[in-house]
Design a protein around this ligand. Structure first.
Ligand SMILES: C[S@@+](CC[C@H](N)C(=O)[O-])C[C@H]1O[C@@H](n2cnc3c(N)ncnc32)[C@H](O)[C@@H]1O
Length: 255
């Protein structure tokens, strides 16, 4: 992870959950969609790679009541420190690359049946190699879900942020190809989560650089972008938009 990215998540850690809990149903609906896509059941060995503060991991665990704790992996200590202490969660300080390469081994016992990578794959530079390594950890009923934003998003960002996002964000098709090359049966589907959020709250999220792409801008550039945002949405005290996600799944092929 670059120093800039590490600083970004270190700074964001304390407020990360607040940005996403303005609508508790958003997190609940998202966790249900991921559990459905992975067809999770309580007997599965589950790993959440790039779990951040565990905002979604803990919802998954609360809903599923897994028989073994969900392993919650993240390379940013400040984010991982926010994962609540729970017998249902087991935090591991590591990157996707650490786990994929075996530099950090996952705590047992039992096989890994389901791997979730939610909104973290864009931070991995060797995506094909890392996904291959993660796929190699899966049991013979294993499956992986990579959740990511598409390359074009409808978030009410300012123009320069949209441009930068599109330049940086990998294509879900690239991830599906990587899962296929890793030997999994891959597919891509779209999910949409409606968002309604007070404009002033969204301004605070922009100021906090709630998306990592906002970390690409200097203070002055961000202030200019927020001014543009305020002007564009001056008539809308509540912003409504659709949050589209790609769900890229990979299933172990049975012999
Ligand atoms: C946008 S947050 C998503 C967190 C969580 N999955 C969620 O949806 O709330 C991205 C997370 O990826 C982590 N991250 C950054 N580089 C990573 C890497 N190489 N491998 C795994 N996670 C990484 C960051 O520390 C951060 O917690």
């Amino acid at each position: 992870m670059t120093g800039q990215l590490a600083d970004h998540y270190r700074r964001l850690a304390a407020t990360y959950d607040d940005h996403w809990t303005y609508d508790p149903e958003y997190v609940r609906a998202f966790a249900r969609a991921m559990a459905g896509a992975l067809r999770l059941h309580p007997g599965d060995g589950i790993v959440d790679v790039g779990c951040g503060t565990g905002l979604y991991t803990r919802q998954l665990a609360d809903d599923l009541q897994p028989l073994r704790p969900i392993t919650a992996v993240d390379p940013t200590a400040a984010m991982l420190d926010r994962v609540p202490v729970s017998p249902l969660l087991r935090p591991v300080l590591a990157s996707a690359e650490d786990v994929a390469s075996g530099r950090v081994s996952l705590p047992g016992p039992g096989p890994v049946d389901a791997i979730l990578v939610k909104e973290a794959i864009h931070h991995v530079s060797d995506r094909a190699g890392t996904l291959r390594g993660l796929a190699g950890l899966l049991s013979d009923r294993g499956r992986m879900l990579v959740v990511m934003l598409p390359r074009t998003i409808g978030h009410p960002l300012f123009a320069a942020a949209h441009d930068r996002f599109e330049a940086l964000q990998p294509d879900p098709a690239e991830i599906a190809d990587a899962l296929t090359t890793a030997g999994l049966r891959a597919s891509v589907s779209r999910r949409t989560f409606p968002v309604a959020i007070d404009r002033e709250r969204y301004v605070r999220m922009l100021e906090a650089r709630y998306m990592s792409v906002l970390g690409e801008f200097s203070e002055a550039e961000l202030a200019e972008g927020i001014a543009q945002f305020r002007h564009a949405y001056r008539e809308e005290p509540v912003l409504r938009f659709e949050d589209h996600f790609a769900f890229v799944t990979g299933w172990v092929r049975r012999a």
